[in-house]
Design a protein around this ligand. Sequence first.
Ligand code: AMP
Length: 321
Amino acid sequence: MIIIESIEEMQQYSIQLKSKGKTLANVSTTGFLHKGHMSLVDIDKENADKVVLNIDHIDPYNKFKQEPSKYDQYLEEYLTEQLDKDLELSKQHGVDIFFHPDMRKVYVSQNTQIHSNIKKLRKTYKGVEFASPNISKSNLKDFNIIMPDIIMMGQKDIFQNLEAQFLITDFNFPIKMIMVPIVRESDGLASSSRLERLSKSDRKNARSIYESLKDIEEWVQQLDSPSIPDIKEHIRQKIIGANGQINYIVICCASTLEELGFFNSKALIVVDATFGNTPLSDNIIIEPKDNIKKINNKPLNSEQKVPLWDGPYRKKPGEYS
Ligand code: AMP
């Protein structure tokens, strides 16, 4: 495994590889690697000649907005406490290039703004902070620095995936994106470095996120006409009943992110809830053929459309308890 720290060296490597007719796949991460990340690497290996794993998702000027100098401390801690573990796991999974640049050199300008399709979603779900509003910026940087032919992204961070896909399509990047299913722990929770922050009881309670999504999956198979407000209410009750605080529940069309009144197209359900102090996110995609069948092919009219968003749950945690 080669370790690259400079942007120029990464670009040179990519150009040379491509001049030999070889392909490069990329898994972009924030480090603190776990089996979820490594599942992307494993799929990468089957799809390209070489695999880059990079630790470059952090924009120091955004993450440490109040005090950019804190990036030094973050970097120091990462280098002394985590880097070796991430290197070891990357080696075990056959990563070819471990790319770990100084993020101050990647994010030279503090104010770059790129149109974000996630803004569309924000308009509908007012008050909701979707993860990584700067994801297009970091994707564009990866595309130009690593120049991958293929990128793997986990369904776990579904909004980041969709944002990358919009970017690739809108700006004609010659990149193929593959979405990799969520890797889960034995109790059903999506693998994440955040799970380590949960107390024993919070961890047990946090299962309610995945359980509520599984309930919906079954429900959609069983009911003739599942109502979106009922579905949201079920998720809400289940999580609040397990002492969780709901940050948002989004139900939208999985490809366009348009508001969805009924399950008449591929539906994406994303739940973000906090247990203890740890926010956790999970999602499912429900395929339309099941749903359409279950609504007995009834035509859907505009009156059947119901508002999906009725205020930021974060502000009223007691309301549904
Ligand atoms: P992060 O380091 O959290 O930014 O994640 C880097 C990549 O790994 C993203 O594409 C994530 O969607 C993916 N990822 C993180 N956790 C999981 C998981 N449990 N299963 C599958 N992919 C994951």
